[in-house]
Design a protein around this ligand. Structure first.
Ligand code: TXA
Ligand code: MG
Length: 342
């Protein structure tokens, strides 16, 4: 299959948006920009179209997809109840980088929910994403547009590197502004539960709905736990080809450790401004005290490490406050939970 590249300047590029919308309506696969990462979209109400997403990504069939809408009322037919907390969260954070899980209605195909009784819903704030959902005229199921297990794409080139020849089109609207995937919160149980940290922070969620649980999968290897609430969390994720090892501690100890343990083919993933001090080839991912820069750079940096090429990458450990928790969570998964305390 030939993958068409549709470049759009903004949401007013009617020709490009209409073209992508028509492909989606006809049951095709289109990679779309969002404020978090690029998504691989298909008509969420068409099981055959949704199955193509799993095939193109090589995604396990038991990992459910997020359904994207352009207006709050569009979720009504997709769920069996909404509730005050979902209304509150949506009023505060939609459109934006928050995914809300609710009990699903029969309108959601089992392919989308991977057999679960719930559905993940999100209203992206990227104006081109909103325009594409409207042009398609249907809710769009869209996981990140990477090959399953690889770092999520934060620009159209990343999408093509993984998906060229496997999907109908890529809508290129430039790089994503946030760079890590949405916060995922489940409202399906009695207490709200954070399944994946993102740009809507724990503190913001607690201010909105009171106490929330944090899934153990946020910090630990969910594959080893009995109960996996978010099936995606049990898979190895965001992995470059290189083996990533997080070294937790200050800069001086980091340098000492690397000097003592380095081998041929090693590299480092460090913060902006530290490159000159590094005893190995280095890739940077934002300033140490700027989580938003780290989020924007992380997946690109993991891809750059592979291009060096590095076999093994020692990574500086990001802070875990606010958006930093999302950066830490993604890096931890990229490292397969391998952390050395310095
Ligand atoms: O920012 C984002 O959320 C991006 C953009 C494209 O919107 N999408 C994204 O999708 O990151 P994906 O499929 O890569 O990650 C969705 C996560 C997975 O970990 C999946 O297991 C979880 O959400 N998920 C989806 N539906 C669920 C459900 N019903 N219950 C629990 N977890 C669910
Ligand atoms: Mg993903």
């Amino acid at each position: 299959m030939q993958t068409i590249l549709i470049e759009v300047q903004n949401e007013y590029d009617e020709a490009g948006i209409a073209r992508a919308g028509a492909i989606l309506r006809a049951g095709g696969l289109v990679a779309i920009p969002t404020e978090t990462v690029y998504g691989l979209a298909a008509n969420a109400l068409d099981p055959a179209a949704v199955n193509k997403i799993f095939a193109a990504k090589g995604r396990p069939g038991d990992n459910p997809l997020i359904v994207h809408v352009a207006a709050f009322d569009e979720i009504r037919p997709l769920v069996t109840r909404i509730g005050e907390k979902a209304e509150k969260l949506a009023s505060l954070f939609w459109p934006g980088p928050l995914t809300i899980i609710l009990p699903k209605s029969a309108a959601i195909p089992d392919e989308v929910s991977a057999g679960l009784g719930t559905v993940a819903l999100r209203m992206p704030s990227h104006p081109v994403a909103a325009a594409l959902i409207k042009a398609a005229g249907v809710p769009l199921a869209a996981p990140s547009a990477n090959i399953s297990g690889r770092p999520s794409p934060t620009n159209a080139q990343h999408v093509l590197a993984d998906m060229d020849g496997k999907i109908d089109a890529v809508v290129d609207a430039g790089p994503c502004s946030i760079g890590v995937e949405s916060t995922v919160i489940s409202l399906a149980g009695s207490v709200p539960c954070l399944l994946r940290p993102g740009a809507v922070t724990v503190r913001q969620l607690e201010q909105a709905v009171g106490a929330i649980d944090i899934s153990p999968a946020v910090f630990a290897d969910a594959g080893s736990t009995q109960q996996v609430m978010s099936p995606g969390m049990k898979y190895r994720h965001y992995s470059p080809k290189a083996r990533v090892i997080i070294l937790r501690g200050g800069l001086e100890r980091f340098i000492d450790y690397v000097v003592a343990h380095r081998r041929e083919g090693d590299a480092v993933l460090c913060f902006e401004g530290e490159k000159e001090r590094m005893p190995l080839p280095a890739v940077t991912f934002g300033h140490e005290d700027k989580a938003s820069e780290q989020a924007k750079r992380l997946f690109q940096a993991l891809r750059e490490a592979d291009e060096l090429p590095a076999q093994r990458v020692f990574a500086r450990c990001p802070g875990r406050e606010g958006l930093g928790l999302a950066v830490y969570n993604r890096l931890l998964r990229a490292a397969g939970f391998e952390v050395v305390e310095l």
